[in-house]
Design a protein around this ligand. Sequence first.
Ligand SMILES: CC(C)(COP(=O)(O)OP(=O)(O)OC[C@H]1O[C@@H](n2cnc3c(N)ncnc32)[C@H](O)[C@@H]1OP(=O)(O)O)[C@@H](O)C(=O)NCCC(=O)NCCS
Length: 215
Amino acid sequence: MASDGFVSVRASLPALPLPPNNKRPEITTNRLLLRPLQPNDLDALHVLRTQPDVMKWTTAGCIDESIEKTKSKLDPYLPPNDIETANFAICLKDTGELIGIGGCHLYPGSHGWPEIGYILRQETWGQGFGTEFLSAWLRFWSELPRLERQVRVEKEMVIGEGNVDEHLIALTEASNSASQKVLLKSGFQRFREFTQVEDTKTVDLVAFRFLPSKK
Ligand SMILES: CC(C)(COP(=O)(O)OP(=O)(O)OC[C@H]1O[C@@H](n2cnc3c(N)ncnc32)[C@H](O)[C@@H]1OP(=O)(O)O)[C@@H](O)C(=O)NCCC(=O)NCCS
């Protein structure tokens, strides 16, 4: 065991590189179309990322101050970076309108596992879109080709040692009940509460995990 709070484990994980945007399927659900992000999603993404009640729940904690800032948040999901992330545009199936963005935005996250996140435009909340998105996206993630490999993960973020089940992690603020409900309804387990101190800011977080091999 390492003294830095991390351990080496072996797990089957989605093989890297991930499928690029142009090889990714479009996913449809009852009401949604999940598709790869495109450069011309910038304006719609800026509208989403300038909604204060959406952005207060993100790591940034505040709205994008400029379109350039939003572009820097879109670029990680466009070629050539698309093979390291799996973030989709969440659109209304009927109109094609982009109402959100979600998926694996960090692979690996600071804990060593892939991490998911999602944000939806405020006027769409409370209609089940979050759960409809996440359930469909998890099927996509679970069906990706796997490769067994050694990974270093935070000791507090893994069940077991040696050969372990692959984890997919979601971190929510302790007071973000809506997001926590979406995770539980989609098959995640709540497993850890901790406080993160960043500069002068202290945030209470709850960690959730999804085990694709146990779904
Ligand atoms: C989190 C988010 C994606 C949820 O989207 P959504 O489409 O409203 O989700 P759903 O409708 O599928 O489910 C939300 C659930 O939370 C419940 N809920 C909503 N606000 C709540 C609150 N303040 N307290 C308790 N429950 C709440 C809803 O009633 C629903 O539960 P139900 O199905 O049992 O009725 C959306 O609120 C959002 O974009 N929030 C801002 C960004 C964010 O928090 N992202 C996640 C960061 S971890």
